[in-house]
Design a binder for this molecule. Structure first.
Ligand code: ADP
Ligand code: MG
Length: 598
């Protein structure tokens, strides 16, 4: 295989990042110059303009915590101030952004891979948590591009884990739970294998729950139970002393995964005094007990959302470095009522899965698995030229969804189904993939019942089925490939346009909805007034008239003031409350009279 065809598989983690590639048919993870296959996701920005990545950055953290960026994954793709986490650094002061910091890490990984493979590599698959939203995925992709990589695929972490465990060979309808406890976050996902595709049925978790918490709790415990700790609170210690304690606590915690006791030795820690302590696994379990228990509710939530019970699961996978803790394994086993599968290294499983997926894409691994998602939303034009989404963007294919529609005007004899693709609120701003006419018997407004179903098969072929449910008449339209074969640039343009126009689009949508409502309301009010005008008092009739006039005025205005129209509609609705009651009584009386009961 030509070296230029390599595609990197990258686990861009909150705490640690890994990179690998399929070489001679085998997925392998690549080590850096220090022989390590895992790079801390840390970047140090020196005052002199130097940039250090990975363990070199972590070494600086002790000396220069405010200029060492860690856990940047918690910030990527988020607006300023969004989320609860407040970092111990300020990216603006450092003159950088979360995307750029991530790009620095990715660039480092790319270099590690290029050194190991002795060739340039420009393509990559990058994993992200299943719960990452569009903005976070786009930002991650952008970071890859800044690192000079073509990001072939953004892959969900639990899906990558399942691939690493070879569960794609399990067969259909198998259900898997992926329990991922890393450095700073906890994710649990329920996956199902369906038609050759992993679908994420549900995902839950806590972005503030991870191994870091234990490092800090253990450091505090160690300090507060030491001789010096009697006089000074942990929080009062300098940042440097705190970092030394936390680093020692993490090392102790890791050792306690395989040993029963460890010694902590910190020479000249504070005011020339050293700290020496012995910690047992029992001490650690006591500190970590409530923390590990916090995973339970999220697992139940994910299972509830996926509508399954623990016994419905075929496999439970543990990933993330913190699942090496015996206590965590115990809790996971207890939650799911089964022995978890730990046959793969928990800290490498996601990276390995990313590499396998990259290998499938490049053709280095002979096996086809479809993990496509719809790049853009698919929908239908509805009343007033609005886009009604049927299958949202980023839905895993195959997928099927439908909705019921009716006629907007009386005596309509057919409905035009326009199949649209795009992210804009107005139909005319999206792309038309096809159209089909559905005939139905003429009747009053709202009498027709047309069901529209979209189904995309594993090959990305969209089939549109429109059914007049009264006559049981079907019209089928097949749209080849267009549903998923859209080039990336166009998808990006569509998404950025939709963001750019979001405000105007939303205003236009609210306006159109309010206009349709007003057009329905006004004739009904006129008719009711004509029929019952003499039965309402003058003041009320005047209030109704003036509210109706206000709606009419707004409808005619050149500038579409959506909010004002909505408000005027509401006022009109309110003013006609008792008129509506009168109308109802009247109708009731008439109906009873017809039956000879009154
Ligand atoms: P992330 O997905 O957040 O990048 P990882 O999966 O690499 O993180 O997990 C990192 C966390 O795992 C850290 O908190 C680290 O202390 C913890 N960890 C790594 N090895 C062990 C171990 N042997 N025992 C306990 N915890 C460990
Ligand atoms: Mg991880």
């Amino acid at each position: 295989m030509a070296s230029g065809d390599f595609i990197l598989g990258i686990d861009l983690g909150t705490t640690n990042s890994l990179v690998g590639v399929v070489d001679s048919g085998f997925p392998i993870l690549l080590a850096d110059a220090e022989g390590s296959r895992s790079t801390p996701s840390a970047v140090h920005y020196g005052r002199d303009g130097s940039v250090a990545v990975g363990s070199a950055a972590l070494r600086q953290r002790v000396l220069d915590p405010a200029r060492t960026v860690t856990s940047v994954k918690r910030l990527i793709g988020r607006r300023e101030g969004e989320g609860d986490w407040r970092p111990p650094y300020d990216l603006r002061v450092l003159g950088t952004t979360a995307v750029e910091v991530s790009a620095a890490i990715l660039k480092h990984l790319r270099t590690v891979a290029e050194m190991a493979m002795e060739t340039t590599i420009t393509r990559a698959v990058i994993t992200v948590p299943a719960f990452f939203n569009d903005a976070q995925r786009i930002a991650t992709k952008r970071a890859g591009e800044l690192a000079g990589l073509i990001v072939e695929r953004i892959l969900a972490e639990p899906t990558a884990a399942a691939l690493a465990y070879g569960l794609d060979k399990l067969g259909e309808r198998k259900k898997i739970a992926v329990f991922d406890l890393g450095g700073g976050t906890f994710d649990v996902s329920i996956l199902e294998m369906r038609d050759g595709v992993f679908q994420v049925l549900a995902t839950a978790g806590d972005t503030e729950l991870g191994g870091d918490d234990i490092d800090r709790l253990l450091a505090q415990h160690v300090w507060e139970t030491s001789a010096q700790g009697q006089s000074v609170w942990f929080e009062q210690l300098s940042a440097e002393v705190q970092v030394r304690l936390v680093t020692a606590a993490e090392a102790a915690k890791k050792k306690l995964s395989s040993e029963a006791t460890v010694r902590i030795e910190l020479p000249f820690l504070w005011q020339g005094q050293s700290l020496e302590r012995e910690i047992t696994r029992a001490d650690l379990d006591k500190i970590a007990g409530p923390w590990a228990e916090r995973t339970r509710q999220h697992c139940w939530r994910a299972m509830t959302d996926a509508k399954i019970k623990p016994e419905d699961l075929d496999e439970v996978l543990l990933v993330g470095g913190s699942t090496r803790m015996p206590l965590v394994r115990q809790v996971a086993q207890d939650i799911f009522g089964r022995e978890p599968n730990v046959s793969q290294s928990p800290d490498e499983a996601i990276a390995r899965g990313a590499v396998i997926h990259a290998g499938m894409l490049s053709g280095a691994l002979q096996q086809v698995i479809l993990l496509d998602v719809t790049p853009l939303s698919l929908g239908i034009e509805t009343f007033g030229g609005l886009m009604n989404v049927i299958i949202p963007r980023n839905t895993t294919i195959p997928s099927k969804a439908g909705e019921m529609f009716t006629n907007a005007v009386a005596n309509q004899e057919s409905m035009l189904v326009r199949v649209l693709q795009g992210e804009r609120e107005l139909a005319k701003d999206n792309w038309e993939l096809g159209r089909v006419e559905v005939p139905f018997p003429a009747g009053p407004r709202g009498s027709a019942r047309v069901g529209v179903q979209y189904s995309i098969d594993a090959n990305g072929i969209l089939q549109v089925l429109a059914r007049d449910t009264a006559m049981n008449h079907d019209v089928v339209l097949e749209i080849q490939n267009t549903a998923v074969d859209v080039d990336d640039a166009k998808v990006e343009a569509m998404i950025s346009e939709s963001v750019e126009h979001a405000f105007d689009d939303m205003n236009e949508r609210i306006w159109t909805e309010a206009r349709l409502k007003a057009e329905e309301l006004l004739p009904a009010v006129d008719q009711a007034l004509a029929q019952l005008g003499c039965e309402v008092d003058l003041a009320e009739a005047q209030r109704i008239q003036s509210s109706a006039a206000k709606v009419r005025l707004l409808l005619k205005a050149d500038v579409h003031d959506a909010r004002a129209l909505k408000q005027a509609n509401a006022e009109l609705d309110d003013a006609t409350q008792s008129l509506a009651v009168l109308l109802m009584d009247k109708a009731m009386e008439e109906a009873l009279a017809r039956k000879g009961l009154a």
